[in-house]
Design a protein around this ligand. Structure first.
Ligand code: CP
Ligand code: NVA
Length: 321
């Protein structure tokens, strides 16, 4: 068996078929928390946080333990990374001890540098640019409620709000990879980087998906299967609260905006949520919201992702199903 080192740094690091394989594996973990235990011994996965976290911290910690491994959780304040030790040196050290590296940090260049110097899989647990683990969980939630992984291709989704952030970018790339009709709406000045939109369009051409970027929230939401939003002020932007809130009021997900979506459309939010800002309580606490399943699915999706990456590295196809 010959293995292949793979990383998950951005959503398009996997192909359409590979994304499906990971999500199918996620569905199996949903049904049986111990579907695979690839670690079966005291192997560690380093899980590093340069930013705060509740869901990512708990789901990776518990997930690695359930896979039979040991989660070594490292906070920026308690590590030499936080004192300026080079990323490459950290990668060289961790790669000799751990079976995987999961990292939440700032610039995408940092996880890329980690991966370039590691000989174990590196997973992006959120950067300023992307949050691929979250979107795997979100798509697993769609599969859970809307007819399985086969139903994802051709589905329409809309993300409304700060469309210049990591979640918008990840929905564009992951949605195009899945073959979805992806729509993203935000105010001028808070739209996605054109290079990411171009990447998503290029992928959509191969999967039968489509991509719409607009400043019109009603156009984006019209007839979709699921509406997503996120905070208007991401981690690291706390000082911009005043300037960031004003442009977004027309993009609040409320009952009026949801009425443009399909009658049975779902609502998802990566959390943490700010009720009365990007979403009203009537929506996030209402009957269309599946945010608690979405949060739980972080656990199943990430266990699937880690198992898949380990299966690829070991060349062990039995771990891919
Ligand atoms: N959605 C998400 O990543 O949550 P945390 O910031 O709590 O990890
Ligand atoms: N866009 C948000 C996502 C939090 C999970 C942030 O980066 O803070």
């Amino acid at each position: 068996m010959s293995g292949e080192l793979r990383h998950m740094l951005r959503d398009d690091d996997v192909s359409h078929d590979e994304q499906r394989q990971i999500l199918e594996l996620g569905m199996r973990f949903r049904g049986n928390r111990f579907h695979h235990r690839p670690f079966g011994g005291p192997q560690a996965v380093a899980v590093i946080f340069d930013k705060p976290s509740t869901r990512t911290r708990s789901s990776f910690s518990i997930g690695v333990a359930e896979l039979g491994g040991y989660p070594l959780v490292i906070d920026k304040s308690g590590s030499q990374l936080g004192r300026g030790e080079p990323v490459a040196d950290t990668a060289r050290v961790l790669t000799r001890m751990a079976s995987g590296i999961v990292w939440r940090t700032f610039g995408q260049d940092r996880v890329e540098e980690m991966a370039a110097n590691a000989t174990v899989p590196v997973v992006n647990a959120l950067t300023d640019e992307f949050h691929p683990c979250q979107v795997l969980a979100d798509f697993l939630t769609l599969a859970q409620f809307r007819g399985g992984v086969d139903a994802l291709s051709g589905m329409s989704i809309a993300y409304v709000g700060d469309s210049s952030n990591n979640m918008a970018n990840s929905y564009l790339l992951a949605g195009a990879t899945a073959g979805m009709d992806v729509r993203v709406a935000g105010p001028n000045g808070f739209l996605p980087d054109p290079s990411i939109v171009a990447d998503a369009r290029r992928i959509a051409e191969t999967t039968g998906g489509s991509v719409l970027v607009t400043t019109d929230p009603e156009e984006a939401v019209s007839g979709v299967d699921c509406v997503f939003t996120d905070t208007w002020v991401s981690m690291g932007e706390e000082g911009e609260y005043e300037i960031r809130s004003k442009p977004f009021w027309d993009y609040q997900v409320n009952d009026r905006l949801m009425s443009y979506a399909k009658d049975d459309a779902l609502f998802q939010h990566c959390l943490p949520a700010y009720r009365g800002k990007e979403v009203t309580s009537s929506v996030i606490d209402g009957p269309r919201s599946v945010v608690w399943d979405e949060a739980e699915n972080r656990l199943h999706a990430q266990k699937a992702l880690l198992t898949w990456l380990i299966g690829r590295q070991r060349g062990d196809d039995s771990l891919l199903v």
